[in-house]
Design a protein around this ligand. Structure first.
Ligand code: LIP
Length: 266
């Protein structure tokens, strides 16, 4: 049986996966769950993260056994189909643990080494962000068009901080200097939802250092398909060293400011 690799068909499956996993996370947060730490005492993971990732992987492999998978909680495997699923079962785990309704299931579909479809679902808000390469970005079916047309000094900028204390201190210094140049910052705790907030015009700009592919892969496509400029600074591709985005007209000034502050050197 030849399984489709076209982005639209895979996007529909990504939506099904994100919604199903979102229901598990939503219900899991209302029952007892255990919390353990990973890289540092502030880098948490719950058994719900692991259960949701296991459900995602099982559902994918039952339908598409030849696909590759990269999951935040260790669910990785190679494949032969040219399709790889990049999964964050709960992006914003600290928010999930604290009962802050700002976390999402992030499902990105990489076809021939390029992310071409993605779904980011916040079950608490019942908000589903979707994108297919070249076909636009949507929030619950409504097309997204990116940030407001405001100058840098009126921009509300999203960001995040690492789990390691020394890096966090350096990032705070950058954020303090940035605050002098923009209107405000928001630290919302979920990179995938921050990138989707950019696409939806709920943030005017965003930058973060130290993300993993499962944090950014789906949300980045949503932001780009909503018309945002997303970069790694200094001509680099977005990635772990830096993921920064805004509307194209503001990009030169915003990226230059981040470079001047050394935001990608922390
Ligand atoms: C989180 C990111 C967030 C970042 C946090 C953490 P997780 O992902 O979405 O933007 O600032 O440090 O990495 O760990 O909740 O899946």
């Amino acid at each position: 049986m030849v399984r489709p690799t076209d982005p639209s068909a895979l996007s529909e499956f990504a939506v099904e996966l994100a919604r199903g996993a979102g229901r598990l996370a939503y219900d899991g947060r209302r029952a007892h769950f255990d919390v353990v730490t990973k890289s540092t005492p502030t880098d948490m993971v719950t058994d719900v993260d692991r259960q949701v990732e296991a459900w995602l992987i099982d559902t994918i492999l039952r339908r598409r056994p030849d696909d590759a998978i990269l999951g935040e909680e260790g669910g990785g495997r190679t494949g032969t189909s040219g399709v790889r699923w990049i999964l964050d079962p709960i992006d914003g785990t600290v928010n999930f643990v604290l009962g802050i309704a700002q976390y999402a299931v992030s499902v990105a579909v990489e076809i021939d080494s390029r992310v071409q479809a993605g779904a980011v679902y916040n079950p608490e808000a019942d908000e589903l962000f979707t994108a297919v390469e070249g076909a636009g970005a949507f929030l619950n079916g409504r097309r997204l068009s990116g940030p407001r047309a405001v100058p840098l000094e009126r921009a509300v900028v999203g960001t995040g901080f690492g789990y390691a204390r020394p890096r966090r201190a350096a990032q705070a210094t950058v954020a303090a200097a940035l605050l002098d140049q923009v209107a405000d910052i928001r630290r919302q705790g979920s990179a995938s939802l921050d990138l989707c907030a950019l696409a939806a015009g709920r943030l005017d700009a965003y930058y973060e250092v130290g993300l993993n592919p499962w944090d950014w892969s789906a949300g980045l496509l949503v932001a780009v398909e909503a018309g945002c400029a997303v970069s790694g600074l200094r001509g680099r591709e977005p990635g772990s060293q830096m993921t920064a985005g805004t509307r194209p007209e503001l990009a030169p000034a915003f990226f230059a400011l981040l470079e001047q502050l050394g935001a990608d050197d922390v």
